[in-house]
Write a new protein. Structure first.
Length: 105
């Protein structure tokens, strides 16, 4: 992922997790997939990138219940085999307090 891709994708992730939820819940699967992609390339992120990602992750955690409700009726996305370290795939557990979202340090 090059610099422009990183910056664009972080910006898009930020919009998705901060704006009102609308449209198809399936679109937000891409958002969660994007967050997984960030984890894969985190060593290429600058401190500014990481700071923005922490801010947007915090917004997602704060809205976890909202995301779960919005996406739950359409799919069983929360029943998955993703590792718990990828907490964004387990927002139901984050919302209930069962799982703590480990933010970037």
């Amino acid at each position: 992922m090059d610099r422009k891709d990183i910056e664009r994708k972080i910006r898009n992730y930020g919009l998705d997790v901060t704006k009102p939820l609308a449209g198809s819940p399936f679109e937000y699967l891409e958002t969660l997939g994007l967050r997984s992609e960030f984890q894969e390339y985190i060593n290429e992120f600058t401190e500014a990138d990481k700071r923005a990602l922490r801010e947007y992750d915090a917004a997602l955690v704060k809205r976890a219940s909202e995301f779960v409700k919005f996406m739950h009726d359409e799919m069983m996305v929360w029943n998955n085999d993703k590792p718990l370290s990828h907490w964004w795939w387990h927002l139901d557990k984050v919302a209930s307090g069962e799982l703590e979202a480990k933010m970037l340090a």
